[in-house]
Design a protein around this ligand. Structure first.
Ligand SMILES: Cc1ncc(COP(=O)(O)O)c(C=O)c1O
Length: 365
């Protein structure tokens, strides 16, 4: 029996094991050189000046909103089709998430729809680089025009990029403040829960480390409300090793995605995801639009390949938003995607034999 092919397979190598053990052996388990180096190396990778590791992608989003002073009475526009943490992070600050529709082709925020949702209470927009694909740069322009903070939810987009004003710009540098997750299935993981906040803004940069450490400055005085959202030294040490391999892993993900798309193009029952022009997709997820998702998932499962419907419940329809003014709102694209999208394995850990098995299953569907 061949092994079942999982949707994610976090890398765990001797190099990472050694980094973890030597950090434990050092006795410096929190607030040490690994976290500082991880922040610096991650900032360099994204081409930004400021970064701070933290405890999760959700923590990063909440910290980002607090750094921007967003709270009760404020509205923040978020996509209706994303992982729920994008919206609930706004609710956690006491502000109101305002849902907007996504694009039919690339599935990120639809800027025309966003425009209709801006009110005098709007303080910011959380754009999500969904499945590893950057949002359109018209979102950046819109935020500049309206003087709104752009919070980049890059939880799924380590290594993604897009050309902005003629310059290839990395995820992490495409907003006022940006948030990454190191959940085990992500393109970079840390051996547990983790996140990273990055920023290009020097006022935010000056507070970015303090917000995850009780809002304390160098004198250990709390200057603003923060809490313990720090990352452990062991996780930072593992993350540093993973980051060194990210570009090679992206090459593998891109090559796997190209293979899957070329095969899917030959099967009229399936539709491959589209790539935005001038962008570098990070392929955190590869999502197929299937004619009949139950039979497609069953078919892949029969071939011992994990396939999963993704975000079957749009954010505004989660029970937590039953009382939200948009609970019964119409989001036709979101509604269609939530019924049609199936994630199949694309990760950098796929072997040639496994990729071949996936290809054969896609052909025989
Ligand atoms: C788009 C998006 N935002 C936020 C998060 C939250 O990250 P974490 O699970 O690290 O809290 C995730 C994680 O899956 C995500 O995919």
């Amino acid at each position: 029996m061949p092994e079942r092919i999982p949707l994610a397979r976090p890398s765990w190598t001797d190099e990472m094991r050694k980094a973890a053990v030597s950090t434990l052996d050092s006795g410096r388990w929190v607030k040490g050189p690994q976290g500082r180096a991880f922040a610096q190396e991650f900032a360099e990778y994204c081409g930004v000046e400021f970064a701070s590791p933290c405890n999760s992608g959700s923590g990063a989003l909440i910290a980002a909103l607090r750094l921007l002073g967003i709270g009760p009475g404020d509205e923040v526009i978020v996509p209706s089709f994303t992982f729920i943490a994008t919206a609930t992070s706004v609710s956690m600050t006491g502000a109101i998430p305002v849902f907007a529709e996504v694009e039919p082709d690339y599935w990120c925020l639809d800027v025309e729809d966003v425009k209709k949702r801006i009110t005098p209470r709007t303080r910011g927009i959380i754009g999500v680089h969904l499945f590893g694909q950057c949002y359109g740069t018209d979102l950046i322009d819109l935020c500049r025009e309206h003087n709104l903070a752009l919070i980049e939810d890059a939880a799924q987009a380590h290594g993604a990029s897009i050309v902005y004003n003629g310059v290839a710009t990395m995820a992490g540098a495409l907003g006022t403040i940006s948030c990454f997750s190191f959940f085990p299935s992500k393109n970079v993981a840390v051996g547990g829960e983790g996140g990273m906040i990055t920023s290009v803004d020097s006022e935010i940069g000056a507070r970015i480390k303090a917000i995850v450490d009780h809002g304390r400055d160098g004198s250990l005085q709390s200057q603003e409300v923060g809490t313990n959202m720090r990352m452990s030294e062991v996780f930072a040490a593992i993350g540093r090793v993973q980051l060194k391999h990210l570009d090679d892993w992206l090459d593998a993900r891109r090559s796997n995605a190209a293979t899957l798309s070329s095969v899917i193009a030959t099967n009229p029952k399936l539709e491959a995801p589209q790539v935005r022009p001038d962008s570098g997709h990070a392929w955190h997820q590869y999502c197929v639009q299937a004619d009949n998702i139950e039979s497609f998932i069953q078919h892949m499962s029969h071939h011992d390949i994990d396939a999963r419907q993704i975000y079957p419940v749009p954010c505004h329809q989660h029970a937590v938003y039953n009382e939200h003014r948009q609970a019964g709102g119409e989001f036709p694209i979101t509604s269609r995607l939530s019924k049609q999208l199936v994630s199949i394995p694309v990760h950098h850990g796929l072997t040639e034999v496994e990729l071949d098995r996936i290809v054969k299953a896609l052909i025989s569907y």
